[in-house]
Design a protein around this ligand. Sequence first.
Ligand SMILES: C[S@@+](CC[C@H](N)C(=O)[O-])C[C@H]1O[C@@H](n2cnc3c(N)ncnc32)[C@H](O)[C@@H]1O
Length: 268
Amino acid sequence: MAEQHAPPPKLDPNIPHTARVWNYWLGGKDNYAADRAVGDQIRQVIPDIVDSARADRLFLGRAVRYLAGEAGIRQFLDLGTGLPTADNTHEVAQAIAPESRIVYVDNDPLVLTHARALLVGSPEGRTDYIHADVREPEAVIEAAKATLDFSRPVAIMMLGILNFVTDDDQADAVVRRFLDAVPSGSHLAIAHPTAEVNGDAAREAVRIGNEAGVAQMCLRDRERLTRFFDGLELLPPGVVSCSLWRPSESPFGVPDEVYQFCGVGRKV
Ligand SMILES: C[S@@+](CC[C@H](N)C(=O)[O-])C[C@H]1O[C@@H](n2cnc3c(N)ncnc32)[C@H](O)[C@@H]1O
């Protein structure tokens, strides 16, 4: 694990916290009353916020299954990992290809304390955790080289993370730097909150989160999200609600749109 020398994190359970609020919506146990209070406040303006968080994770599962299966990817750089939950990237990838290598990256001290759970992979593969800021791609790439071979295709996973890089130019530069570091055949997966569905409620939810001090974040629309894939082959169905990205067959018809949108592109 990189930066094992990091000092023990000081975590205040009274201050709501992004990763813990996300964990609460996902039905996890790693959250406190302050997180649940903000989570519930946001749920009052977006009643289906839980569906949105879960649709993000289900997209992660379908995207990784596609990448490890059909696309033959064996290396994953999971940026903005979050707290371990069901079907983490290494579990999905290594169930298909046990030799898969996964590097998790998060800058949150709380995620660092839980990282051990992410490091138990298949004996044939490898997982690593880097405590770093995604806004410093050079440092992330250098540390990831201990586990990933950057001359071979890598899937760059950016689910629920670019919304914390609120400056558009900086977000573009971060995405470009990671893409420049990987060869053709690599992929980029993004999931990001939008105002495409029930925009007023989404904006109000962001206002509540930002004022509560959870973490400053932004929404981006479909057109702006599509631009992150400029120069890549954007795979069908393009940038859509997470619930509509290659959904599993269901006898209950087409799923509803959620406010978290996503896409997967291939570097040609
Ligand atoms: C909403 S969670 C998403 C977790 C997971 N990727 C998913 O989609 O379920 C966002 C995660 O990004 C992390 N994060 C936010 N800003 C970051 C930054 N600048 N560098 C690294 N991680 C960051 C947070 O700590 C949090 O764990």
